[in-house]
Design a protein around this ligand. Sequence first.
Ligand code: 5AD
Ligand code: SF4
Length: 350
Amino acid sequence: MSGDDIRRELERGNFSREVLTAALAITNENEFMPIFELSESICEAYYGKSVFIRGIIEFTNRCRKNCRYCGIRRENGTVERYRLTEDEVLSAVDRLVREDIHTVVLQGGEDPASDDHLIDLIRSIRERYDMAVTLSVGERPFDVYERMRHAGADRFLLRIETTDPVLFSELHPDDDLAYRKHCLTSLKELWYEVGSGIMVGLPGQTIESIVNDLFYFMDLRPDMIGIGPFLPHKDTPLGDEKPRELFLTLKVMALIRITLRDVNIPATTAMGTLSSDGRIKAMRYGANVFMPNYTPSTYRGKYLLYDNKICVNEDCTNACAVAAIHAAGKVFAPGKGGRHRTPELNPALE
Ligand code: 5AD
Ligand code: SF4
């Protein structure tokens, strides 16, 4: 099947294994272009040229887990561990607000000792500011997710990373795929806006397993999906692996846009690390969210999930994010940027 043939099938809603596999198997960017164009046209139908900005604050790099790909895994003794104080987080949030950004993403390792601290932080942010609070802090028991929700958290990002059971267990010595799925269901039950996602190009990952990931997302129907390339970190067991090219990541992202339509999709930092124009290409081909790093600069170099992470030495500003958004031919959309549900454009979802 040519790129044009595949686009026609996707346009008429044929998301079969055969069509998705054929799309992912395309090796030439020009051949895939009709599919990228379809992805972008669906993105525009919901979001126009708008891109939402969310500021990320990496508030703790302590983690009880040992995911084999991750630079802040428990057994990486070279990492100097930190947990930001409430004052440090609030002053970073204050900067966001002054720069007209109204969503904060509090991201951290699985630092269970920080649960109460995090709940206090959520409350303090919601008391002081009119902004959406997104959490990205991994697996927690239901009652902790519930307390966080009651404290005022609106959204939660928890990537499934891969739905391939063998690969999942090889990569996650502490985790269980069924429990990760259960966590995502719990978050939906608690009426969080839920984000998930995968890494693309993991050692041992096949096209077939990525197609299964796409089916899983069609079933889960999250509100946001973040796709990033796997990138090695030198002090991890996967430190000698080579990352795959950006193209595969962008193909997966475009197929997510086409199959899930109005979902929020970020141009991820890992895409920008793999290739200098990675995030710009992502915003041209269907991404509608940009997430600059607002972690205080003294801590940024201590939150390295992979090598050569961008925006560690620079101070991220709204102006920098807006320049990237303009380079992609898009515009900064102020506001909280919740999921745009437009039922008349997507009757299957409502
Ligand atoms: N390469 C790319 N992404 C990574 N993440 C963690 N380690 C790596 C890596 N080595 C991603 C995971 C996690 C998110 C916060 O960062 O997908 O969910
Ligand atoms: Fe911890 Fe998350 Fe890294 Fe796994 S991916 S080691 S849970 S910070």
